[in-house]
Design a binder for this molecule. Structure first.
Ligand SMILES: Cc1cc2nc3c(=O)[nH]c(=O)nc-3n(C[C@H](O)[C@H](O)[C@H](O)COP(=O)(O)O)c2cc1C
Length: 203
């Protein structure tokens, strides 16, 4: 069958250009704490499935937290922060911020890459495929009018977090994706360097 995406979608190049440019990270503190319909979250996850991935490995796995399970995830992170931070560096405000981050989000998606399923495919390519998947989720969230924030850092990458999720040595947490409903009248601005600074066009 002839394949021509221009014949099966009404999306114009200008619309996709604008979506990519105007998608912004919206943090949980910029959200209301209102719950997103689970069906939309399922659709965002479905959109990961259609990301490019080498060897058709579909190397993604997710743990989704909503409702009171958000608080359980918060408890885990706060305890880990307490356990891994020297007393003189510990800041109670950081623990409070972690707790608030959970309650101001709707769903928190722990995104995992499964690597080494095929000896011919390097682990970095599985992680790259999962990163494409996260971009798909973030772009999709943007068109639903929803907030998303890709969070990483010491607590996300800690061995204890890996163990908490029962992951194997071939699995890696790529990030926590916080989804939420943005507060009204939120203003987000962003800048990027001109692409010309990053391109050598070989002629
Ligand atoms: C791999 C990756 C990890 C990130 N981790 C964090 C993080 O730990 N904390 C944070 O504030 N933002 C994190 N971000 C989000 C960036 O801060 C955000 O994308 C950047 O500020 C650009 O803003 P924009 O997404 O609105 O274009 C991460 C983004 C990526 C791609």
């Amino acid at each position: 069958m002839k394949y021509n995406i221009k014949e099966i979608t009404d999306i114009t190049p200008e619309q996709i250009n604008q979506l990519i440019r105007d998608r912004r990270t919206i943090y949980p503190h910029e959200c209301t704490g209102e719950k997103i319909d689970d069906k939309i979250v399922w659709q965002l996850l479905e959109n990961v499935t259609w990301s490019p991935n080498h060897g058709k490995l579909e190397p993604w796995r997710f743990f989704v937290f909503a409702d009171e399970k958000r608080e359980e995830l918060g408890d885990f992170l706060i305890n880990l922060y307490k356990k891994t931070t020297p007393e003189q560096e510990y800041k109670e405000e950081k623990a409070i911020k972690l707790r608030k981050r959970m309650s101001q989000s709707s769903h928190i998606v722990v995104v995992v890459a499964r690597t080494n399923q095929n000896p011919r495919i390097p682990a970095i390519e599985d992680i790259e495929a999962v990163a494409c998947g996260i971009q798909n989720m973030q772009l999709s969230a943007a068109v639903y009018g929803l907030a998303s924030y890709w969070g990483t850092g010491a607590l996300v990458y800690a061995d204890e977090t890996h163990t908490q999720f029962g992951l194997s040595e071939n699995e890696k947490i790529v990030g926590f994706l916080y989804l939420g409903v943005p507060k009204e009248d939120l203003v987000k601005e962003a800048t990027r360097k001109p692409i010309q600074e990053k391109v050598e066009w070989i002629k």
